[in-house]
Design a protein around this ligand. Structure first.
Ligand SMILES: [Ca+2]
Ligand SMILES: [Ca+2]
Length: 517
């Protein structure tokens, strides 16, 4: 028997859900009802079969209901389903039938009973996190979620109350994670919400033990990781990571990986210390007065003036930065530089494609028009002429660019066109990075094609860049050390190697000022 759309609509329990879905711009199709009900039933069946005491609720199955994901076309005959399904939309994951909540709580209580006075501090929280079936590095989130940051410890009662509420309301990892980290009443994560979690990683991950002796770098590392998280996960650029964005990203899987991987540099997404080192050193080179801000002239020096003046101006225009523009006019913070550098060095990344699109879209109408392309190419021509290279006339270049991008509407390049054509990096280099443009010009066009085809198994352009630069920076560092050992006296070395107190102070402020901006 098939369910009729009308019978679903009449079901009083479903009407609320329908209204909810409709408000969420999630257009509901009759075929989708059947799919959702079927997947819910399958998940229920599976969880009954697979249920073991103490296991955490499973993550939703791939076929489980997710908002805003269009259903896949299917020719399969829908299995007969009962009409008495009260609910099929589970933004917080599929609930597990009640009994194993109690089991999970018993185990947690037992774990607390082995701790002195049944009060866990942050160090003991790792054990509790594991008993609860959470990844190890959720411990700070669990600790703070139960009020631990106020008193320095969590009692068994406070923890169980928090945990009971959490597992009754949130049935998958992503919704639990958001619930633990978000501010009260918020269903999204802002930058500062990640600080306790990351501080705990800095304090306890075996790959970062050497940072214990350099506390002034903690906030710099944390700022970098937060920016990388938002760069990758916050696809909407809103500054607020939603549950849907979190589920679509690899962040929670990567966070769980930290528990198994002692070498944090192997975790190239978000956490690599080497990547942080490269980003920070690149910023330090440009920030000559070390006030943790750079201006247009500083940024223009990046990579030996490779980017055009016009695009640098646009980077500072507010098109790609948030925050109080009046207060920080003409200045770029370290956090903003993280976005610049990743965008600059990995133009195939979707956020990078958006970043440069925003910069090039001078009038902000969501389209790159011919006059905008000409505006940027003009400077490239001037540079080429100064180098004694005869530039291609704009009309000819335009033909090449349009051929590359193949926009849907003639004469108007959209973000969608650029993402679809897989050639955005060449398009952008042509418009505002002369060195890379000339480099592409000299390359075999088939080589470019090969890049595109083998894109997936290869490391990203960013990963490649960071690995190469790290090698170079380490080589430079050891060369400098050798030079200093040979030619300077001890006093000079000591002065060079200790950072002055006022810089440490500024570093502590770094996270706060950048994150609240
Ligand atoms: Ca500066
Ligand atoms: Ca435009």
């Amino acid at each position: 028997m098939m369910i009729k759309e009308s019978s679903l609509r009449r079901d009083p329990d479903l009407r609320g859900e329908l209204a909810f879905l409709a408000r969420g711009c999630d257009f509901v199709l009759p075929s989708r009802f059947k799919k959702r009900i079927k997947s819910f039933q399958q998940a229920q069946l599976q969880s009954k079969q697979e249920k073991k005491p103490g296991t955490p609720p499973p993550a939703p199955l791939p076929a489980s209901p997710r908002p805003a994901t269009p259903p896949l076309p299917s020719n399969k005959v829908t299995a007969p389903v009962s009409i008495n399904i009260p609910r099929f939309y589970f933004p917080k994951g599929l609930p597990n039938p009640g009994s194993d909540y109690e089991d999970s709580i018993k185990k947690t209580e037992a774990a607390f009973s082995s701790i002195d006075e049944e009060k866990a501090d942050i160090y003991e929280m790792g054990k509790i996190a594991k008993v609860c079936g959470c990844p190890l590095y959720w411990k700070a989130a669990l600790f703070n979620g139960a009020g631990g940051e106020r008193t320095g410890f969590v009692s068994v009662h406070l923890f169980i109350a928090m945990w009971r509420k959490l597992i009754q309301n949130c049935h998958d990892d992503a919704s639990k994670f958001v619930n633990l980290l978000a501010k009260p009443g918020c269903n999204y994560l802002e930058q500062e919400d990640f600080i306790p979690l990351l501080q705990d990683i800095v304090d306890t991950h075996p790959g970062l033990t050497f940072l214990k002796e350099a506390p002034e770098f903690h906030s710099r590392y944390i700022t970098t990781v937060i920016q990388r998280i938002f760069y990758t996960v916050n696809r909407s650029w809103s500054g607020r990571i939603t549950l849907t964005e979190l589920k679509r990203s690899n962040f929670l899987q990567t966070l769980a990986l930290l528990e198994e991987e002692d070498d944090i540099n192997q975790v190239t997404d978000y956490f690599s210390y080497e990547h942080f080192y490269v980003i920070y050193c690149k910023f330090w080179e440009l920030d000559t007065d070390h006030d943790l801000y750079i201006d247009q002239k500083d940024l223009a020096r990046y990579n030996d003036h490779a980017s055009s003046k016009r695009i640098i101006e646009r980077v500072f225009s507010g098109a790609v930065t948030r925050g109080n523009a009046v207060q920080r006019e003409g200045r770029m913070s370290y956090a903003e530089f993280v976005w610049f550098l990743i965008s600059e060095e990995d133009r195939k990344n979707p956020t990078s494609i958006e970043y440069w699109f925003r910069c090039m879209d001078l009038d902000g109408d969501g389209v790159l028009s011919m006059y905008e392309l000409e505006f940027f190419y003009e400077e490239q021509c001037e540079k080429m002429e100064a180098m004694g290279i005869e530039p291609l006339p704009f009309q000819d270049l335009l033909c090449q660019l349009l051929d590359l991008v193949k926009p849907e509407v003639e004469g108007q390049i959209t973000l969608r066109d650029l993402k679809r054509c897989k050639m955005a990096h060449i398009f952008y280099d042509t418009c505002f990075n002369l060195e890379k443009y000339l480099d592409h010009e000299q390359r075999d066009p088939f080589a470019v094609q090969k890049d595109v085809e083998s894109e997936n198994p290869e490391p990203s352009d960013w990963d490649r860049y960071a690995a190469e630069e790290y090698e170079i920076l380490v080589a430079e560092e050891s060369a400098t050390e050798q030079l200093q050992e040979g030619s300077f006296d001890d006093d000079y070395e000591a002065e060079e190697l200790t950072s002055p107190p006022e810089i440490s102070d500024k570093m502590d402020k770094l996270v706060i000022s950048d994150l609240t901006a």
